[in-house]
Design a protein around this ligand. Sequence first.
Ligand code: UDP
Ligand code: MG
Length: 341
Amino acid sequence: MLLNQPLLTIVIPCYNEEEVLNSTICQLSNVLEDLISESLISKHSRLLFVDDGSKDRTWQIIRERHVNQFHVTGLKLARNVGHQKALLAGLEKARKTSDCVISIDADLQDDTAVIKDFILKYLDGCDIVYGVRKKRTTDTFFKRTTATGFYKFMTSIGIPLVPNHADYRLMSKRALEELSKFTESNLFLRGIVPIIGFKSACIYYDRKERLAGETKYPLKKMLSFAFDGITSFSIAPIRFITILGFILFLLSGVAGGYALIQKFYGYTSSGWTSLIISIWFLGGLQLISIGLLGEYIGKIFVESKRRPKYAVETDLFTSPVENMKSKRARIILEEMKQSSK
Ligand code: UDP
Ligand code: MG
């Protein structure tokens, strides 16, 4: 029996998850109860569901469960800001009152059985514990190949990702405090967490199918996530373009010399095809280069504004059950009703 059991908060970002939410709450509540009964975590440990501007009944479900169960809490964001920022909102909120925080997706594709191993590693002195998928057989062929390619590419350009680790991880209060010092708006958590440092460990598990509902990461979101990940971490693409520019410059010198010799000997051909091809080729290349530069300038633009990443609408984590604003609003409404009588 441990004297000081750590206070754990499990942060779960949710976007239109009404189909899975009830079973997710049940399953995670059981995990929490088991850990509490084994005296591994404090009995004040809680679940924090971050509603990322859902349009369905997600928030109602969180609220209803919160009223009946102390350990179910919620944070409602004012609009949909995307998985990474929603997760960050939860981590920042939980950091102040928790000793360690675990993040997990609402669809429970990640095996909750290893949460105990996360805690054991934490008690063993690890500040960060990464959940790593053993194999991706439950993912579609497309998702599997694109994800593998993405991890390989990121590692090859020097971004230190933990392969096959998504956002299922444990972070200690200390690690979260370090994370909060990263003030950039384009936060790519999977890339940033490994550069924080501290003692870390990996726990391996099999990834399951989504409990219900559909993926909230369609191709468009996935591509923009990958692109953001690459450009917010590395200037390798710009360097690649520069090297390509040099190579083309050398090649065009050779080609120019060749054309001059041809002309000198009088073998001039019509040249239309090569001209058109080079116009298109160079035009395309220039556009790509400008676009890439624009991407970085855009990032500087966004960062320089230091905009807040999200706005919280209702906070059931720090002020349980009743939200001050709605309480006050009700009193004002009551008063208005009284005076109109
Ligand atoms: N999610 C979110 N905001 C979004 C999109 C997704 O909070 O704009 C949440 C979603 O509810 C889930 C997690 O992020 O808990 C991961 O999404 P999903 O399981 O759909 O992604 P996949 O596993 O298919 O990559
Ligand atoms: Mg999922």
